[in-house]
Design a binder for this molecule. Sequence first.
Ligand SMILES: [Zn+2]
Length: 637
Amino acid sequence: MITRTTNTSARRSTTRRSFAHPRHPATTERPRTMQPKASSEKPRTFEKPRPFSTASKQNFSSPVVKATFEAHFSPNKPTQKLRIMCLGGLEEVGRNMTLLEYGDDIVIVDMGLQFPEENMPGIDYIIPDITYLKDKIKKIRGVIITHGHYDHIGAISHLIPALGSPTIYTAALTAEIIKRRHEEYKLPMLNIQKIDPDVDKITLGSFNIEFFRVNHNIPDSFGVVFNTPVGTVVHTGDFKIDFNPINDKPMDLNNVAMIGSRGVLALLSDSTDAPHSGYQLSETEITHDLEKIFQQAKGRIIVGTFASLINRVQQLIQLGEKYGRKVLLEGRSMNANIEIAQNLGYMHIKPGTLIEDGEFKKLPDEKLMVIGTGAQGEENAVLMRIANNEHRFISIKPGDSIVFSSSVIPGNERTIQTLKDTFYRLGAKVYHYQNMDIHAGGHAKAEDLKLIIKLFKPKYFVPIEANHFMLNIHADIAEGIGIPKANIFIADNGQVMEFSKATPQSETIGVLTKEKVPTEYIMVDGLGVGDVSNIVLRDRQLMAEDGMFVIIATVKRNTGELVGSPDIISRGFVYMKESRELIEEARGLVRTVCKDKGPEHTVDPMEIKNKLRETIGKFLYKQTKRRPMVLPVVIEV
Ligand SMILES: [Zn+2]
């Protein structure tokens, strides 16, 4: 996979904006705070949660949602331009967010997060830049979320309050996962309308919207059909075609063909697995691969996966039941998601399969399985805690089988490698199956993609949801089956596509324009959104590379004269005890900078600081060819 180079990241950093917080000049010392603005906003009303047991098709499909879905486009009314742009998801696998804009109406599809790259120390994840929407909040008619994976829902809690809390339309399982995740932020409640993709149609401004069920590795995934005054636009979301899915209905190809037969202007289609030829395996077949581990394992089986990989967890639990293993679910998000899926009937677990800590300790190894978070080597996730012997009661012993059930997200390679090394050293066997993967097993491969293009028969084709090279491969696939090259738009993040008619009767023409809306990285660190600016990140990179050098100088307020000997602290730069000479020379330089300037000079501590930073920085570079972060502290007495 391609990751962005440092240079590009640095370029992107220069105009990074924050929405949840005002820009803050401070660099490193600022405490992390969460969302002061959002809490002042009036909480939206929210449909009362229904008890799960009574959930039925009627409950999911709201009558409000069905309201006025009728073609309301007058054939003689002059049309405007339909503008489509992706704020993320065209240069990476992650940060998915697509906008459709027609006149005064904007509809958003997905609001995902992206995992950080290796040159972003301390960053938890990246979310889309919503600068373009800032003065268009009144135009936002709704947000449609295609499924419950973090690269499609992860930015909701951060962005929705900043966008005037528009209504979210999504399927039942996704709605519950979003709600559960949102609860952790202690923000005003989200306004979520549950839809049934098989039944519901909604009208949001100029958009008459339908849905079509797709398969993925989480149930309740769907694609979206936007009927607009200039034509029909289809967004597939993440999808695979699975005739034998787990606890889900097969993708509705009949519906897909019907939509195609009515005429599709543009198809925006998932490119994640475009580089792989052939057809994607059914979720049921993926189970057979997993089963081999159960046949071989003598000791405990410990699986690290994503909490949102509901199907995989279901497969593991079923295999556990088949091979007589009791299951301990570890991790808060894991337990929450499984409970939600179970309550909605998307997960079937036999009574007695799931066990608590106490029972786990009593059962023999060959009767045990642990399913936890952490296949990406995430800090604090279950796998990491077990590896570091920091788990409440699980530590690795020879004979354990460790299963990484997801591919490596770029940026996490080294961490995962180290984690695997640790497990091997502790005597465990490690399995890492790519086809049990959130990014591969769940997505359509080349032949599936061809089928979907043939069924929708779009005039224009837009590959989405992957790195640039995968978009190109998907474009070649489309061209190979007859979509003219000129009608395939390989866009970058933020690049605007426009579709319009010269007259109401004429044919709609699409253009991939040169216009680009902002798509900077908005970095989330702990509870802070966008408050890690390029300056903070640069400081972190500097400290990580060359360490820091702190000078504490006490000076007389009226003369600038140094009081006593300046204190020097070095961390990650040189070992003080072995670099006495260097430190002494630096001290001497501090004395030269902080000379007594006599009573007629006013002392400016800022000036002293700058002078110290410059002089000491140059000196250290000359002596060591390293550039530690020089941090002068001037105390006036
Ligand atoms: Zn997904």
